[in-house]
Design a protein around this ligand. Structure first.
Ligand code: AGP
Length: 612
């Protein structure tokens, strides 16, 4: 979704906002723009395309100002274009707005305004919102803050908006509902943004603005109010991450850096939580609800995209180790399917960003029906972290690449810790196996590092198949969700059509697709299902399919059947998914790069989907 940045203080605002937009560009890159006020004059600059395209058009232009707001867009209403780009200006030309979210009832409001003689330049809901605000301001003879409050009581949808007014050049007014807003507090300056990445190089002191709050921001003052015009006390928190975490660190892409971060990020996720020697697992975030979880009639996992795949792996592991029935739901379907929630049901909501709208509304639905909500989230302080009853962070650090990689393995690590802890507490795992599994899980970071040593051989396989038109990914049991994830990564990064399937399902239709032009990736590491998946490989071989296989080192039978092999260190089948996804991430990355795509900002995608 869109990226929002604002600055007010003594620094030159333009470079601060421009740099902030570049940090947030993974949120949307259909167009970029900014507005500033100098000498009581509002100036707006915007352009279709990336932030760099906008920056190019501003070379040589006087951008001096101490107040500015900026936006990078993921188009919802109106195609990517200069006129639909943000900021939008009000009919008087004095006020500028940037917006992340969707105003669902903008059409009836637009109709009313057109009936009053207003005309609109763009197709956006945002321009309508601003005209509505200015109409209230002039009609009610009130100030901008009051006009905004009145307008927001009528608005339906999600928003994070920033407003600047040339008649009040010392103030930025902001409001949020559903879309994230963080305010950084400096000395005689304030930074506003959709997440902390544009802020951390200036200050670690931040305020996460809550739903239905309005912020009135001056260089030396921050006032928070609710829509009832009552003052709210800002809750200041310290950011616990540093600049290096959001730099490429010498890698050519954030995605590659984040793939190579995984030995460390999985280690960070287990650190202080897993004591493999004693078998002690500490998950303080869920400890309070352990009894409820152990006695839960069922666990429902809700998530989207890659996080949903993590949930599917968890279904297999929790049912195996904890003997609690698990259902895995697409958040968007769950929300509108009118689901049956029983008292005591435990919901596990998985999200990297913690801001995915579909997952947030699904949580609110289940919470409203008495379910306990456990959040597994990567972004600290995000909405899902704050609206869940309890949960655990994945500690993967900022994930900038749109395709989720290290957050996914972090999610799996947390889910595996949870399953072990619950199974041990429920005595559904015998002590010997439990201790063994704890020791195996502790070995994952080193084995991940070992796998990454195969970067070049995986790149060679990618070069061989980079021009394929379609791919199939096949796995069984714990590896079936990894087949889905491998296919998703390839689709996202290389724009090649790919599907993941349970290997046994091939016979029921998809095998018709197989010929010598179709690469088929088998995730076939040693496990309970190995003999079965080897026969599936033989079925494909018999039809001349090209087999790329992820197998356990030394597995000659599977290697024999494969055109290309990626050998993995042995790992207990329960934890194998966390390792088996890594070569699939690299394969997608190299195929995307070799096909000349911007793998960090794939077309049509955004890092966190904050609208339904
Ligand atoms: C994954 O690579 C994609 N970026 C996307 O499918 C993502 O997993 C999905 O949008 C869910 O995001 P979340 O984990 O931040 O909720």
């Amino acid at each position: 979704m869109c990226g929002i940045v604002g600055y007010i203080g003594n620094r030159e605002a333009y470079p601060v906002v421009l740099k902030g937009l570049k940090r947030l560009e993974y949120r949307g890159y259909d167009s970029a723009g900014l507005a500033l006020i100098r000498d009581h004059q509002l100036e707006v600059f915007k352009k279709q395309g990336k932030v760099a395209d906008l920056e190019e058009t501003l070379v040589g232009i006087n951008m001096h100002a101490h107040i500015a707001i900026g936006h990078t867009r993921w188009a919802t209403h109106g195609e990517p274009s200069d006129v639909n780009a943000h900021p939008h200006t009000s009919p008087s030309g004095k006020i500028a707005i940037i917006h992340n979210g969707i105003i669902e009832n903008y059409l009836p409001i637009k109709k009313e305004l057109i009936a009053k003689g207003y005309a609109f330049k763009s197709e956006t809901d945002t321009e309508v919102l601003l005209a509505f605000i200015e109409d209230i301001k002039s009609h009610n003879q009130c100030n901008l803050e009051e006009a905004l409050r009145i307008a927001l009581r009528r608005v339906v949808g999600a928003y994070c908006i920033l407003l600047i007014d040339q008649d009040d050049p010392e103030t930025i007014i902001a409001a949020r509902k559903g879309s994230p807003l963080v305010i950084g507090i400096g000395k005689d300056e304030h930074f506003l943004a959709s997440d902390a990445s544009p802020i951390i190089e200036y200050t670690k002191e931040v305020v996460y603005v809550n739903d239905y709050e309005i912020a009135i921001v001056k260089k030396d003052e921050l006032v928070l109010k609710n829509l009832g015009n009552e003052k709210q006390t800002p809750f200041i928190t310290q950011l616990d991450l540093d600049l290096a975490a959001i730099e490429k660190g010498g890698y050519s892409h954030f995605m590659l850096k984040e793939i190579f971060d995984q030995p460390q990020t999985i280690h960070d996720c287990l650190r202080g939580r897993l004591d493999a020697d004693t078998g002690q697992i500490t998950l303080s975030g869920i400890q309070e609800y352990l009894d409820e979880i152990i006695n839960a009639p069922r666990i429902i996992i809700i998530a989207c995209g890659t996080s949903w795949h993590a949930g599917l792996v968890a279904e297999y592991i929790i049912e195996e180790l904890c003997r609690i029935p698990v259902e895995v739901e697409y958040a968007s379907e769950f929300r509108y399917r009118n689901p049956i929630i029983y008292k005591g049901d435990v919901i596990i909501a998985i999200s990297q960003s913690g801001e995915t709208a579909d997952t947030i509304v699904a949580i609110e639905k289940a919470k409203g029906q008495g379910a306990i909500i456990l959040g597994i989230v990567n972004v600290v302080g995000s909405t899902i972290a704050r609206i869940s009853h309890a949960g655990a962070y994945t500690h993967a650090g900022p994930e900038i690449g749109v395709a989720s990689t290290k957050a996914f393995t972090g999610q799996l690590a947390v889910l595996m810790l949870m399953a072990l802890k619950i199974g041990h507490a429920k005595n559904t795992i015998d002590e010997e196996k439990y201790i063994l599994l704890c020791k195996e899980l502790a070995k994952v970071p080193d084995k991940a590092a070992e796998i990454l040593l195969q970067e070049n051989s995986i790149k060679a396989i990618a070069l061989k198949y980079k021009s394929a038109k379609d791919f199939l990914y096949l796995g069984r049991g714990y590896n079936f969700p990894i087949a889905l994830e491998g296919a998703l990564k390839l689709k996202e990064i290389s724009y090649i059509h790919a599907e993941g399937y349970p290997a046994a399902e091939m016979k029921h239709g998809p095998i018709a697709l197989v010929d010598e032009h179709l690469p088929i990736v088998f995730i076939a590491t040693n496990d309970t299902f190995h003999a079965k998946i080897v026969s599936n490989m033989q079925e494909i071989k018999a039809r001349k399919g090209k087999i790329i296989s992820i197998i356990t080192d030394g597995d000659e039978i599977a290697a024999e059947l494969s055109d290309d092999v990626i050998a993995m260190p042995w790992m207990d089948e329960i934890f194998a998914p966390i390792l088996n996804v890594i070569p699939l991430q690299l394969l997608a990355y190299f195929i995307g790069v070799e096909n000349g795509h911007d793998v960090d900002k794939p077309r049509n995608l955004a890092k966190s989907v904050t609208v339904e």
